[in-house]
Each structure stands twice: as C-alpha cells, then as structure tokens.
Design a protein around this ligand. Structure first.
Ligand code: SF4
Length: 326
C-alpha cells in the first residue's frame, strides 16, 4: 500500500496523461490469442516466452491456465497448443514444432513479421543485412534467426554504425527493431546512409506506429512536468525507450514503474506536475492503480494530452478466429 501523507491538506498535483499510451494492437492480439486458445481448447495452453513483457499480464494468464516456457523442449508431446509470443521467433522454432508435430499458434505481431519478410527479401536478392536493434532482445533474436548465421550484422549504437565494414557497400540493406528510440535510430541510419549511399531501407519505417506515437506523446508532455512515470517492465524495450525519451525531452525525474508498490516516493516529493504514460505491454489498470496511489498523497487534477488517434487492429491468428474449423 502507498504510504499515506502525514496530515493537513494534500498539495495539488497536475497529472498530464499521455495519449496514446499502453496496449498496442500487437499486444492486444497476442493476449487475446492466449485467452481465446484457453477458451477454445481448454487449459493448459503453452506459451513460449512471456507473451508480452508484463508480469501482471503473464500472471493473470497463468491463473487462467497458461503455462509459460522459454523453449519448446519444455512443452510435452501431444495436442496442447503452444503459442509464440508477440516478439516473434527464429525460423528454427516453428520448424522444431513441426518436426515434433506440436500444435503451434503464432502470435507474432504482424509488424514484426513485416520486418522478417523484408530481411528475407534482401537476403534472397543477395544483399548483406544490417539490423539496428538491441542484442539479446527476443525480437532481435527472432529477426536474426530468419536467416542463416552471419547473414545479418547487428548494430546497436552510432559507434557500431561508424565502425561497420560491409563485404560489399553496393549490396547492403538495413532493417530495425520495431521498438527503438526514433531519434537514436535516425542518427544510426543517417550514419549508415552517409557512409553507404546505396544502402536500401524499408519502404515504411520498421519502428512501429505504437512506438512512434507513444514517444511523440512523451516528447510533448515531458518538458512541461516536474517528473514522469512510465508504467512498464524493465525488460520491455518500448517502455525503456519512453523513459529515455522523457529524460532527453527535459524531464529531470523519469522513472519506469511496474506497480504502485514500486514507486520510490522520495523521487516524487515536492512536485506539482507529473506526466504519466505506459509502454505498449502495460495494461490500463496499472495506470489507474498508479494514479490512485498519487491521489492518496496529492489533490490530483488529471488532464489528457493527446498527440495521435489510433485505430490499428490485427485479427487473431487463423486457428483462433471465430470462423476457424474446430
Ligand atoms: S510495439 Fe509495435 S511491433 Fe511491438 S507488438 Fe506493439 S504494434 Fe507490434
């Protein structure tokens, strides 16, 4: 429980709530896929990797009968569904599922699949591929794993882009992780284009609409507030980027917070304005919980700062659609 204020009237606090924030279409689809699979096939339903990077979501699905595993060798043989997370998987994973005759359902976000397809097209055309992203992130493992070892070079920083030596600068392409910082990525891509003018990029940015819109909203709010909270998990790339964007946009105290109980109140004493956003995998109920925690200490007034409207929707994986055969 949040600590209660000592006594007297609560100080006023203006809360600027970023919009859009929280769940994106890819996360909604992935969570719906697990819930629908539980309804349709009954528990247990296996899920490879956290379906989205949020403990609250994972725990609530676990209570309904989902079993989370890191690798397919933890899934027993049989007819139980196994769902691949929104981050996507290396090609070897569905191949292994097929070899073992497992019932695999792919909840990879269609915008991640788009990046996989681009990488494969470049490869087929004989281009060397540079992937801008963070080493070890499941999406990067999945994208690099679409192609044979050595086909994709990972670039994480502007220095990596300066040092990169291609085999043939005239046959080069790049792709990016979907949840990167727009500004950092623009800098890295600018270096690559300057050094290798023939490099080919995506027709439409790989950084997805949800990442872009949430960062834009934070850029609008962060310079106006004393502190900023990003509701999200430490292993959520897009949430981490939102915190960085808030700091760079001029907010002195920007914190990533998973639940109200995690708030370090010493960082939020004496403030009169607070910005709040949420990463693409953080449910709105956690935003409400955090606003409630502030209302215990402050007399809050909430204003919504909207920088974009979102209407993106992705249909469920085929086996889970209402018209799919039983
Ligand atoms: S953050 Fe973007 S790429 Fe990732 S699941 Fe959401 S919409 Fe898809």
């Amino acid at each position: 429980m949040p600590e209660r204020p000592q006594s007297g009237a609560k100080p006023p606090l203006r809360i600027l709530l970023c919009a859009p924030r929280g769940f994106c279409a890819g996360v909604v689809r992935a969570i719906d896929a697990v819930e629908r699979a539980l309804e349709k096939y009954g528990p247990p339903v296996y899920v490879r990797h956290e379906i989205v990077h949020n403990k609250y979501v994972v725990e609530s699905l676990r209570r309904k009968g989902a079993i989370f595993v890191e690798e397919l060798d933890e899934v027993p043989d049989g007819d139980r569904p196994v769902i691949f997370s929104a981050h996507g998987v290396a090609k070897a994973v569905p191949q292994e599922a097929e070899r073992r005759n497992l019932f695999a359902i792919d909840a990879t976000c269609p915008l991640v699949t788009k990046v996989h397809r681009e990488a494969m097209v470049h490869f087929k055309r004989g281009r060397e591929i540079v992937l801008v992203g963070h080493r070890g992130h499941p999406e990067v493992i999945g994208t690099m794993g679409q192609l044979p070892d050595g086909a994709v070079t990972l670039i994480e920083t502007a220095d990596d882009a300066r040092a990169f030596q291609p085999r043939d600068p005239s046959s080069l392409a790049y792709a990016t992780q979907t949840t990167l910082s727009i500004d950092d990525t623009a800098e890295i891509v600018a270096i690559l284009k300057l050094r290798f003018p023939a490099i080919i990029g995506p027709h439409k940015e790989d950084i997805c609409y949800a990442t872009t819109n949430r960062q834009e909203a934070v850029k609008r709010v962060a310079p106006q507030v004393d502190a900023m909270i990003v509701v999200g998990a430490p292993n959520s790339s897009n949430s981490q980027r939102l915190r960085e964007v808030a700091e760079r946009a001029g907010c002195r105290a920007a914190a990533l917070v998973q639940r109200a109980d995690d708030i370090d109140w010493s960082r939020f004493s004496g403030i009169s304005s607070l910005g709040i956003t949420a990463g693409a995998s953080a449910p709105e109920i956690l935003v409400e919980e955090i606003i409630d925690a502030f209302s215990v200490r402050y007399a809050i007034a909430v204003e919504i700062v909207s920088t974009a409207e979102e209407s993106v929707f992705f249909p469920l994986p085929r086996d889970l659609r209402p018209d799919a055969a039983e």
